[in-house]
Design a protein around this ligand. Structure first.
Ligand code: KIV
Length: 271
């Protein structure tokens, strides 16, 4: 038997080994063309369940299904060659037991070819993380603001304002690391708390809205590209995709109405 695909992807242990070293560059992607661009510049691509909102127009990530994650995971795998691809396990697919989590995580890995999954890690998660890791599934955890719990948390708000929650977030990250996670996403916390979590765990912290005190950073790609007028406060827009798309669509519509498009050069030649 010989391996056909020669490109070598970054592995989960290689991400872990970057703790305290060169910052880890991560972005989300949900389709093959975006993945092919992101792949050249990122160590890790997350097929985040944020796709529910930024691709499918849902109000939150709660309605995202396993089949949706698999479909987008397959597209991202086709579009990328180098980065570690992590697929989110959606709400309802892993919380009730390690066995359910393994059944769904192994399906995601087998049907997409991705190398790892991510789960939002409350205090219940440690047992599931070690169950998955022992059975060959690398796990990235997610603490702080956990969007799948928005109905319990009361919305998408920064976390860790009280001493109890501050401490709980550190403990969740430690439990996730001790259970074998290869990295942990830290979302929506203060600079001080991000620093404490980063010091408290032996695995890399990947921040989103969590300051520069983390070992790496991630953003939701359509947010940073400027696809939406309203984005979370911490997001810096590195592009102007919405305005550019609007201008292109407007120019196209104008051309069609004026019967100037397609021009001669674009016509098929039949002779
Ligand atoms: O779903 C997602 O895109 C995420 C990132 C915000 C980390 O979990």
């Amino acid at each position: 038997m010989s391996a056909q695909n020669t490109a070598r992807r970054i592995t989960a242990p290689e991400i872990t080994a970057r703790k305290g070293g060169d910052p880890i560059v991560c972005l989300t992607a949900y389709d093959a063309p975006t993945a092919s661009i992101v792949d050249d510049h990122c160590d890790l691509i997350l097929v985040g369940d944020s796709l529910g909102m930024v691709v499918h127009g849902m109000p939150s990530t709660v309605g995202v299904t396993l089949d949706m994650m698999i479909l987008h995971g397959q597209a991202v795998m086709r579009g990328s060659q180098k980065a570690l691809v992590v697929v989110d396990l959606p709400f309802g697919s892993y919380e009730d037991s390690p066995i359910t989590a393994f059944k769904n995580a192994s399906r995601v890995m087998m049907e997409t070819g991705c190398q790892a999954v991510k789960i939002e890690s409350g205090s219940y998660a440690a047992e599931t993380i070690s169950y998955l890791v022992e059975r060959g599934i690398p796990v990235m955890s997610h603490v702080g603001l956990r969007p799948q719990s928005m109905h319990v948390l009361g919305g998408f708000r920064a976390r860790g304002r009280t001493d109890a929650i501050y401490q709980e977030i550190i403990e969740n990250a430690q439990a996730a690391a001790e259970a074998g996670s290869f990295a942990v996403v830290v979302e929506g916390v203060s600079e001080d708390l991000a620093n404490e979590v980063t010091k408290a765990v032996t695995i890399p912290t990947i921040g989103i809205g969590a300051s520069a005190q983390c070992d790496g950073q991630i953003l939701v790609t359509p947010d940073m590209l400027g696809m939406f007028e309203r984005v979370p406060k911490f997001v810096k827009k590195f592009g102007d995709q919405r305005a550019q798309t609007e201008a292109a669509v407007k120019a196209y519509a104008k051309g069609v109405k004026a019967r100037t498009f397609p021009g001669e050069a674009n016509l098929y030649r039949f002779k």
